[in-house]
Design a protein around this ligand. Structure first.
Ligand code: NAD
Length: 297
């Protein structure tokens, strides 16, 4: 079998187009423009690239983008004061604090200072609890991306065996909650899991979120399974230079899987698209309007 490639770029373009249509409608019918505030502390080069890309895509779908760039030595009190100001600003519907923060800042404290209704990353402890208990919440963007692609491919996920490799708060755990919410039988595997190959071999859906280049070989994949590769790893090329690979060995896995996301071009492009979708959802909820269809969990 040669797997169908799940095209994350095309999915992301579709999500952005749906968001842009809804944003235009909000403006026209209600005079409301959704706004996303992104806070960057310090000068981490990767974070700067992400923040620039988020700002650009926010404006492209017709939303307002508010960027707050703070010095690396910004005090916790000053950062919390900014978050407080954004929490009460009616033009701001989504707040994202770019992680990681410099070491002197307490990430948990900062994230939990965001109004949960504006927490478009879905990391606030209230949103984690709401998701865990099956209630309406803001859902972390990367797992939401994976869920959208899985739903589009399978229709119903009910009763499927899903294995999530990785138990991080950002990807693995919320991913497992979402799959459980869609009635999968879910296993969370991690660095201490015994006999990982056999655990993965029974899965109809494999979500790999580990951060180890090509650690899942094709012979771990059940014939016809759907493979969602969240990993983004930069490796050296034999001829010099570097390239990006996932946590799954794409070449061998795509010979057994029914469908698979590539790296790059799979989950990656979807994450910012889902951030925009979450901002739109937050804006609709804040204004008592119906949530956009197909863009939430
Ligand atoms: P993390 O380091 O927080 O968590 C990694 C998890 O993998 C841990 O729970 C650990 O138990 C598990 N693990 C480690 N070694 C293992 C092994 N040998 N076998 C099984 N499990 C093992 O990482 P994260 O933040 O969840 O990110 C995971 C990967 O996803 C990274 O490559 C990251 O770059 C990528 N990522 C991509 C996106 C995106 O596409 N937009 C977003 C977030 C993370």
């Amino acid at each position: 079998m040669t797997a169908q490639i799940i095209d994350g770029k095309a999915f992301a373009a579709d999500v952005r187009a749906k968001v842009a249509t809804q944003v235009a409608r909000l403006k026209e019918e209600h005079g409301i423009t959704p706004g996303l505030a992104v806070v960057l502390v310090g000068e981490d080069p990767a974070s700067q690239v992400y923040v620039r890309s988020k700002g650009k895509q926010t404006v492209e779908v017709g939303m307002n983008s508010y960027e707050h760039r703070l010095d690396a030595d910004t005090s916790e009190a000053d950062l919390l004061a900014l978050i407080d100001q954004l929490n009460t600003d009616p033009a701001v519907h989504g707040i994202l604090v770019q992680l990681p923060l410099p070491g002197h800042l307490n990430e948990d404290l900062v994230i939990n200072a965001i109004d949960p209704a504006k927490d478009v990353d879905g990391f606030h402890i209230s949103n984690v609890g709401l998701l865990g208990t099956g209630q309406k919440s803001m859902v972390p963007c990367t797992p939401l991306s994976c869920l959208m692609m899985l739903r589009a491919h399978h229709g119903s996920l009910s009763g499927l065996d899903a294995v999530v490799i990785g138990r991080s708060n950002i990807v693995g755990k919320p991913m497992a909650q979402l799959l459980l919410g869609d009635s999968c039988t879910v296993t969370i595997a991690h660095s201490r899991t015994k006999n990982l190959p056999d655990v993965v071999r029974r899965a109809d859906i494999v979500v790999a979120a580990v951060g180890r280049p090509e650690m899942v070989p094709g012979d771990w994949i059940k014939e016809g399974a759907t493979v969602i590769d969240v990993g983004i790893n930069r490796i050296e090329k034999p001829e010099g230079g570097t390239r990006l690979v996932g946590d799954v060995d794409f070449a061998s896995a795509s010979l057994r899987a029914g469908a698979i996301t590539p790296v790059p071009g799979g989950v990656g492009p979807m994450t910012i698209a889902c951030l925009l979708a979450n901002t739109l959802t937050a804006c609709c909820r804040a204004n008592g309007l119906a949530e956009p269809e197909g863009l939430t969990a």
